[in-house]
Design a protein. Structure first.
Length: 255
């Protein structure tokens, strides 16, 4: 368990615990939902189902050869591989994403460059480095910062918070997915970070930026304003999450 002290602008503190292997957060000895779990209901199921089917179909094509016979043991082995092909792909993507996220954090904090040998990791990080070198006038405030909303009972880990030359604060989120087709989900995540930070700080946070450095070396950027509408969307996500997960709603009062 990793312990973090969360400071609020009223001078008070809260302690949260993070279990990295299971990616679970605890506050006041209770497991609390994360920002990513709060927005999970925004992910459309149809594309995920099709993707899962495609992963299984591709694995079938790799394993099964026309005209060849297989005994019962080999068929059962292939059955398991085909059945769980989507999980294997998710695990590989998760590992790559974690390595690249850690590399980005070390790079923006200390200037350390990773020595990756995996081609996808190299392409993803190289694209981030190329983009980051073009950014000017940004001061790093936080990276991998735990946040907590005491009012709504959720927590999470913010990728980065920067300040520009106009004393405006900008929330950055690093993504290594294939594209930003799920961008509404990603935007809502930043809205939730924004809502939590408004409890924690008095920073003038004005924008959110999603930086998508794909494993193929492509770059997608999404920049948007943060305002009262962002807060309303965040609150709607919270209400929907607690509606579908009522046992996690520690405070049923009207927000």
């Amino acid at each position: 368990m990793i312990e973090d002290k969360i400071k609020f602008n009223d001078g008070t503190e809260e302690i949260i615990f993070f279990e990295p292997k299971k990616h679970e957060y605890f506050w006041k000895e209770l497991k609390r939902p994360s920002v990513t779990s709060m927005t999970s209901t925004l992910t459309p199921l149809a594309p995920l189902i099709q993707w899962s089917a495609n992963e299984s179909a591709n694995t079938f094509k790799e394993l099964i050869q026309a005209g060849k016979t297989y005994d019962e043991v080999k068929l059962m082995e292939y059955f398991e591989k085909i059945k769980y092909a989507h999980k294997q792909s998710l695990n590989e993507s998760g590992v790559i994403g974690s390595y690249v996220h850690d590399a980005i954090e070390n790079y923006i904090q200390f200037g350390d460059e990773p020595k990756f040998t995996n081609e996808q990791m190299v392409k993803s990080f190289s694209k981030f480095k190329e983009w980051y070198s073009e950014q000017q006038g940004l001061e790093l405030i936080w990276t991998e910062k735990r946040v907590l909303s005491r009012l709504y009972g959720y927590t999470g880990t913010l990728d980065a918070l920067f300040k520009n030359g106009k004393d405006e604060y900008i929330i950055y989120d690093w993504k290594t997915s294939k594209s930003l087709t799920n961008k509404k989900n990603y935007e809502a995540q930043i809205f939730l970070y924004y809502l939590a930070l408004k409890e924690m700080t008095d920073y003038n946070i004005t924008k959110g930026v999603i930086v998508n450095c794909t494993k193929k070396g492509e770059l997608n950027i999404k920049t948007f304003n943060l305002n009262d509408e962002s807060i309303e969307v965040a609150k709607s996500c919270i209400k929907l999450f607690y509606f579908t997960n009522p046992k996690l709603n520690y405070n049923k009062g009207e927000k």
